[in-house]
Design a protein around this ligand. Structure first.
Ligand code: PMP
Length: 415
């Protein structure tokens, strides 16, 4: 057993894999205690957009912490939160008029589900059936796991997870099956559909078309089923646009944002909702208010970081950087696809993925072998089963990106 008492997430400590000690990070690079410079090719679990230790975000955090660090948010407010809500209103779809704060992607999903159920109860038409997409992932709390795919990660908790109706993933050529299943499920009555727009992350970087997403949104609207877009991973330019939903020209009823909301520097999340959902909780009856909070709701330091992120989006050519990274990513993907053994190459915006060999699911022994292979080459990649994906910060240099793709090419050749 290791000397440290830390119990790490998604880590089998019995395998005694090395756990590098990171001392510093800058841009797309991590610097370890043993003097190595590691390229962060997965944006530290998909959060870092503009780069690590971004000077504008770091300065905003430093200034805020000496001014107002934390304040209860039930019945109190503060400037950073007000500025952030206004800033989000200005760049997010206008129909999303209400901003509810929490502190992680999972909590933003829990909030979304609770808002949907509260909406139906307060309207006097209680509904609780939730529709989900096959292979979806929405977080690791009990509610978020309930609406995500079932598997080895949640087997122990399965008896506690609530039942959902799963709509088949829209494979190429199988879109109509998905749409028909959704239509049927909506006809049978449902509170909401929750979905990762265009790109399913933890489910294996699975891409589906904007046309299908747009049809799914239309079907939900037709049957009055609330449409929840979990853009925790896809937002903030990841898929090439500020929101993935933009590419399908749709607006959800509820939108979950986290990860890149602060540029990836500190934890924060928001759940944005259309006015009727807020209105269903509004009135003079205290029993119809929205019963959700956490200690750090709208923490001022996190809000200041998010305000700095929004300023970067307003004042710097972020979407140009995203388009440039997407172009460079596509070159890397083309190179990999020319290798025998690389299958199912795919890309959406700044994200590329390929598969190596046959899948044995998440517990494929290939993933840990690949991970240490990349670690030895000073690249942080964390394959999902046999799917290797690249999702770097937008500031990654050509040289670093070449190192990432050369390492993957070498891995394909040697495995
Ligand atoms: N939703 C999606 C689509 C995600 O990708 C993730 C995290 N990878 C979450 C929710 C959960 O976010 P968090 O880990 O911040 O709780």
């Amino acid at each position: 057993m290791s000397g440290s008492s830390i119990w790490h997430p998604f880590t089998q400590h019995g395998l005694a894999e090395p756990i590098p000690l990171v001392e510093r990070a800058q841009g797309a690079a991590l610097f370890t205690a043993d003097g190595r410079r590691i390229v962060d090719a997965i944006s530290s679990w998909w959060v870092t957009t503009h780069g690590h230790a971004h000077p504008r975000i770091a300065a905003a955090i430093a200034e805020q912490v000496g001014n107002l660090d934390q304040i209860i948010f039930a019945g109190w407010t503060h400037k950073p939160a007000e500025t952030l809500a206004a800033g989000l209103r200005a760049i997010m779809p206008p129909a999303l008029t209400r901003v509810f704060f929490s502190d992680s992607g999972s909590t933003s999903v829990e909030v979304a589900l609770k808002m949907a159920l509260g909406y139906w109860l307060n309207r006097g038409e209680p509904r609780h059936r939730i529709l989900v997409l096959e292979h979806g992932y929405h977080g690791d709390t009990i509610g978020a796991m309930s609406v995500g795919a079932r598997g080895v990660f949640n087997r122990a908790y399965a008896p506690l997870l609530f039942d959902v109706e799963t709509i088949p993933f829209p494979t190429v050529g199988g879109e109509q099956t998905t749409l028909d299943a959704l239509d049927q499920a909506c006809r049978e009555g449902a509170a909401a559909l929750i979905i990762e727009p265009l790109l399913l992350g933890a489910g294996g970087m699975l891409v589906y078309s904007a046309a299908t997403l747009s049809e799914m949104r239309r079907i939900c609207a037709q049957h009055g089923v609330l449409f929840i877009a979990d853009e925790v991973m896809t937002a903030w330019g990841r898929t090439g646009t500020l929101l993935a939903c933009e590419q399908a020209k749709i607006v959800p009823d509820i939108l979950c944002l986290s990860k890149g909301l602060t540029g990836g520097a500190v934890p924060l999340a928001v759940t944005m909702a259309i006015e009727p959902i807020f209105a269903a909780h509004y009135g003079t009856d205290r029993s119809s208010m929205f019963f959700h909070s956490s200690s750090y709701t709208a923490n001022p330091i996190a809000c200041a970081a998010a305000n700095a992120n929004l300023a970067i989006w307003r004042e710097e050519p972020v979407l140009e950087r995203v388009a440039d990274l997407a172009r460079r990513q596509s070159k890397g993907l083309i190179m990999l696809q020319s290798q025998p053994g690389a299958i199912n190459g795919r890309q959406l915006g700044t994200v590329t993925a390929i598969e190596i060999g046959d899948s044995n699911g998440y517990l494929s022994t290939l993933a840990p072998r690949l991970m240490s292979f990349f670690r030895e080459r000073d690249v942080l990649l964390r394959p999902l089963g046999n799917t290797v994906y690249v999702m770097p910060p937008y500031c990654i240099s050509d040289e670093d990106l070449d190192l990432v793709y050369d390492s993957i090419a070498e891995a394909i050749a040697s495995m």
